[in-house]
Design a protein around this ligand. Structure first.
Ligand code: CP3
Length: 355
């Protein structure tokens, strides 16, 4: 079999390897700036809502056929340069038996929040056999996507810990910090277990064919740099180092992380995601030589088109000073976003950056 046959998994991987997205991740020249959107697979799309119907999200995540279809929907609709696996950061926790659910409009809710050392017993290492539906979906997606790369992802240890400790979403992460300062043995035990789970979950996706990974430390921005370095960075670093042996680009992203960008870059990512509060030019300086991803305000898609175009143009211009730039929003697609605006934005990024 020819290795350049896009229908052959190996051939698809080879074709994806030369895509604009992976070239930008590696800091190589690109025909146009690649673009994809965090949370592109999901609620902004009517075809997603129709397919989901009344099925709970976590159940949908275990059905490879539906995962493939939902992952493909934004690729077809927007013409983005990369797909991201439809799943959730709590899927690997659920897979090892943690009692949790995703409550619509709220997010992940944990039945028995972590308080003491014995609570860590619910967190054994994840094995490939725990998530057969993830391997199946990724394998099928890579065949379907051809030369379009698939991004695998995991929650980073801190962000997973914040859900496990708070029991659900939190604004101030007060319980998380109380445990971080007050029970260091529980904290370090928890984060090291989560680092193993995250690394294993990423490995499963890469071994099944994902050609890049993103480590979401969505809530790390609630920490100051000293605490981030002392309590969090070693564990993200361990995950990124472990995944580094797999030979795919690693993207690392969090919200409100302006002051942490240097440290997050040093944790070992190839690409650092920048949220919209940081001027992209400043972000690029802070990550010293890494490629960047970002950073249009997700709420800006509700502005008149001329405003969207102007902001996007200046992001593209700033991106040229980085070794590689992947256009994205500064956080996930908001549920009320008009899909037609995102499609128009993808076209704009492609034409504007190809000049
Ligand atoms: O990016 C993609 O398109 C891939 C799919 C994806 C989902 N969750 C699907 C989802 C990804 C990458 C995630 C990651 C995720 N999940 C993160 C990190 C990214 C980020 O946004 O910072 C976090 C913090 C979570 C936890 C979580 N899961 C939240 C906060 C929510 C939203 C709760 C709500 O209903 O408002 C979820 C649920 C979730 N995950 C939805 C989707 C499409 C919406 C619920 C649904 O479709 O039923």
């Amino acid at each position: 079999m020819q290795t350049n046959d896009a229908n052959h998994p190996g051939g698809a991987a080879a074709a994806a390897r030369d895509s604009a997205f992976l070239r930008a991740c590696r800091g190589e020249s690109v025909p146009h700036t690649p673009v994809w959107f965090m949370r592109q697979a999901g609620r902004a799309l009517p075809e997603y809502r129709a397919l989901r119907g009344g099925t709970p999200m976590l159940e949908t995540c275990t059905r490879p056929e539906q995962v493939v279809e939902i992952t493909m929907q934004p690729v077809r609709r927007y013409g983005v340069d990369a797909a991201i696996l439809y799943s959730d950061i709590v899927v690997p926790l659920k897979a090892i038996g943690v009692d949790l659910d995703i409550v619509p409009g709220t997010g992940p809710v944990i039945a028995h929040p972590v308080r003491e050392l014995s609570d860590l017993d619910q967190l054994r290492p994840l094995e490939t056999a725990d998530v057969p539906y993830v391997s199946a979906a990724v394998g099928e997606l890579v065949r379907t996507l051809g030369s379009t790369p698939l991004i695998g992802f995991s929650g980073a240890p801190f962000t997973l810990a914040s859900y496990l400790i708070e029991g659900g979403p939190s604004r101030d992460h007060a319980a998380t910090k109380a445990l971080m300062y007050g029970a260091p043995d529980v904290w370090h035990g928890l984060l090291s277990r989560l680092a193993t789970i995250a690394a294993n979950f990423l490995r499963v996706q890469v071994e099944a064919g994902a050609s890049a990974v993103q480590l979401f430390d969505s809530w790390a921005g609630s920490l100051d740099p000293a605490d981030y370095d002392a309590y969090v960075r070693p564990y993200s670093e361990a995950v990124l180092a472990e995944v580094g042996t797999l030979g795919v680009p690693r993207i690392h992203f969090g919200v409100g992380t302006g002051e942490l960008l240097g440290s997050m870059a040093a944790a070992g990512a190839d690409v650092v995601g920048i949220d919209w509060r940081v001027p992209l030019r400043d972000g690029i300086e802070r990550v010293a030589g890494r490629a960047v991803q970002g950073n249009l305000d997700p709420a800006l898609v509700f502005a008149p088109w001329e405003v969207i175009a102007e902001k996007s143009r200046s992001i593209l211009a700033a991106g040229r000073s980085a070794p590689g730039h992947i256009f994205n929003l500064g956080h996930g697609v908001l549920p009320t976003t008009d899909p037609d605006v995102l499609a128009r934005l993808v076209d704009f990024v492609h034409t504007e950056s190809a000049r």
